[in-house]
Design a binder for this molecule. Sequence first.
Ligand SMILES: Cc1cc2nc3c(=O)[nH]c(=O)nc-3n(C[C@H](O)[C@H](O)[C@H](O)COP(=O)(O)O)c2cc1C
Length: 169
Amino acid sequence: MDVMEALLTRRSVRRFEPQPVPLETIQTLLRAAMQAPSAANAQPWHFIIITERQVLEKVTEFHPAAECLHQAQVAILVCGDERLEKRPDRWIQDCSAATQNILLAAHALGLGAVWLAIHPDPIRIDNIRCMMELPNEVHPLSIVAVGYPARVPQPVNRFKLDRIHFNHW
Ligand SMILES: Cc1cc2nc3c(=O)[nH]c(=O)nc-3n(C[C@H](O)[C@H](O)[C@H](O)COP(=O)(O)O)c2cc1C
């Protein structure tokens, strides 16, 4: 699948088959994540691979839009480490770019994935920080649920000509 096809056909997948995702495949996703652009090339990210069923279930107790974790075989917590930054607070954009790369790579590999927001919700942040024993300087941005799709949503066309401006508003 080429990049344009992946961009135009990717959808969030929230229903997964019980089949486990091989760790080598997760590593491929993380290779894609770490190729993301980052401010001043700081690459301030860390990734926690979550495979333990009880941990995946626990997230659903405090995250109101993470029911898909009941079915997901694996999830990736994307975190930004402010100690690795060259300019303050760029970890949010950097980790967002890494998250998007994971979504696109998963789609290109025939997997399904969905971005589950952690930042900036204080309850989700506190719970994740506590569960994962994150250092104070490390901030959770997103969880990406990953699995083999049980249902693949149809691509949608979201192109809106009226959102495009030439030279001024
Ligand atoms: C910053 C961000 C946070 C999101 N948080 C959640 C979430 O917590 N739970 C969820 O099911 N989907 C979440 N999504 C996925 C969006 O709902 C989804 O991308 C959007 O509805 C468009 O659908 P599509 O991804 O299928 O194109 C999030 C997406 C983004 C970019």
